[in-house]
Design a protein around this ligand. Structure first.
Ligand code: AMP
Ligand code: MG
Length: 532
């Protein structure tokens, strides 16, 4: 009998370092903030914390990476909080730039993120392990390189929840407390206070961003630009062939496609990233850098939780598809120097809109239980947002309610329409604001009756496409407040429930309820900032 393989804990695992070994780095280990011209990265050392200990662990991520859970305190937890660098690790902070809120910001870089090394997952693919909040790097500018528990809980929970919803995303392996306090002015209003510090160990094949290429192009570091493109293509897009000008074009088309697919998923589940600066755009088309994000509750294309964006609402829910394109245009410009014709990527941008529309319609057709999506269905889909907004319908509750109402809708049971509206809308039943959505439901029910599949089959498909559980903003905030007070149970419960978001979970219906009225304006639930 073969013995089951015992996975190592993070301190015993063997790490590779392809980014460091392939690309150009400043090896000085000098953490003082500065410009780092000519390099892709800086070697760094995490700054140890007072009492590193594990608060949460993603079993699925660990099993996929081939890691065993370490003890709450000890060498494994020390690795995950930045207190222990093992022999095979070569920690680094990546150098990148970006457009912030539409303006070129120059060098940004990993100011509080540090990659420890790369693990080979159980399927043979390479995954980078990165600590967020492990202390200053040359890219920290005036900030401290740390992260607070509140933001770390949010990234840990949401990135894993997104994965289980089927949304392309970076992942999280662990959440560790540091035992240190971090001072933050949560709303930049002069009310700075100490908060508990934490470190998320996050994972992705690579954390290279659009801004990684932009900075090199902006500063004329064309050799470095090409080296980074070749590294990314060779390692993460091998199916495209050996790097060449034609392959750069195909690669850009693939990045555009993936970005469109990612944004289409966001629009279908009601996720608002909150800070879609080009430094927060993954070259792999993954949702990255969970900051002041939020989940739509009353449907509203103009909604963003990010107070820093209240002036322009550049990154509001309804703007995300357009911003994806804007960011790809910035990437296209950065890649221009690698091509004989720097304008060659422009026509490919049309593919973005085509892929976005096709993917979005496909996702919505599944949510609506429609096997085919013909011309009249486009009008049906296009009429939905305005009706949802007028009724202040909760996106998640509405689609889940629709799935549950399938038998009634097919039997022209009109009472079911009113039950659904009452359960899903923030505006009280009986209001004129429900009229357009009710009319839409009548039309939709008519369309549903044209489907040929059995009602149970339609319903089963819809229940598998419309989650019951999402990380509602106020639920995350409640888990944070409990964790800050030393109670990790709400955090662990949310983590557990969000692993199977499409499945009924008896005893957890309160996590699938309408946002309570008190949470409408509560800081941390309704409003967030970049201060994290
Ligand atoms: P973000 O808004 O989180 O995408 O961050 C934008 C830039 O600011 C990135 O270069 C971050 O690394 C940097 N940054 C954000 N917070 C901190 C912090 N506490 N310490 C150092 N750098 C930070
Ligand atoms: Mg960022």
């Amino acid at each position: 009998m073969p013995q089951p393989i015992a996975f190592p804990t993070p301190d015993k695992a063997v790490y590779q370092n392809s980014f460091v070994d392939t690309l150009r780095g400043d090896a000085s280990l000098d953490n003082s903030p500065r410009q780092v011209p000519g390099y892709h990265y800086s070697r760094t050392a995490p700054t140890p914390v007072a009492d590193p200990h594990l608060l949460a662990w993603s079993e699925e991520m660990a099993a996929f990476l081939g890691l065993a859970k370490p003890a709450e305190r000890g060498p494994g937890a020390a690795v995950l909080a930045g207190n222990l660098v093992t022999e095979t690790m070569k920690p680094f902070a990546a150098r990148y730039g970006g457009h912030q809120f539409g303006n070129w910001a120059g060098q940004l870089g990993d100011g509080r993120a540090m990659s420890l090394g790369e693990l080979t997952a159980t399927d043979g693919t390479p995954w980078e392990l990165q600590l967020k909040g492990a202390g200053p790097t040359p890219y920290s500018r005036r900030a401290d390189g740390r992260a607070v528990l509140r933001s770390s809980v949010r990234e840990f929970l949401c990135s894993e929840a997104m994965y289980h919803l089927g949304v392309p995303t970076t992942r999280a392996l662990s959440l560790a407390a540091t035992g240190d306090q971090v001072v933050r002015d949560m709303f930049y209003d002069g009310n700075a206070r100490p908060e508990p510090g934490a470190v998320v160990a996050r994972v992705a094949p690579t954390f290279v961003r659009f801004g990684s290429f932009q900075l090199l192009a902006a500063l004329g570091e064309i050799d470095n630009l090409q080296a980074l493109a070749d590294y990314v293509i060779t390692r993460y897009f091998p199916e495209l062939g050996a790097p060449s000008p034609e392959v750069y074009v195909r690669w850009f088309a693939e990045v555009s496609r993936r970005t469109a697919v990612m944004v289409a998923h966001w629009q279908s589940v009601g996720f608002v990233h909150g800070v879609l600066n080009t430094d927060n755009m993954s070259i792999l088309g993954l949702t990255i850098d969970y900051g002041p994000y939020g989940w739509l509750e009353p449907f509203d294309p103009d909604w963003t939780p990010n107070t820093t964006d209240f002036g322009g609402r550049r990154y509001a829910f309804g703007q995300q598809p357009r911003i994806g394109l804007w960011n790809l245009m910035a990437l296209a410009q950065a890649l221009g120097p690698l091509l004989p014709d720097p304008q060659a990527l422009r026509p490919l941008l049309d593919e973005y809109a085509a892929t976005f529309n096709a993917t979005y319609r496909q996702l919505m057709a599944r949510k609506l239980g429609l096997a085919t999506f013909a011309a009249p269905d486009h009008a049906l889909l296009e009429a939905l947002p305005a009706a949802l907004q007028t009724a202040e319908a909760d996106l998640t509750l509405f689609f889940r309610g629709l799935s549950e109402a399938v038998p009634a809708l097919l039997q022209e049971d009109d009472d079911a329409l009113d039950t659904l509206l009452a359960a899903a809308c923030y505006i009280e039943p009986g209001s004129a604001a429900h009229v357009p959505l009710r009319a839409w439901l009548v039309q939709y029910a008519g369309r549903l009756r044209q489907e040929t599949a059995a009602p149970e089959v339609i319903q089963e498909g819809m229940l598998a496409a419309n989650p019951k559980y999402v990380l509602r903003n106020y639920l995350a905030q409640q888990a944070i407040e409990a964790a800050e007070a030393g109670d990790l149970a709400p955090l662990h419960r949310l983590q557990q429930v969000l692993k199977t978001p499409f499945t009924e979970q008896p005893g957890h219906d309160d996590l699938a309820a309408k946002r309570p009225e008190w949470a409408r304006t509560k800081p941390g639930s309704a409003t967030l900032s970049c201060s994290s």
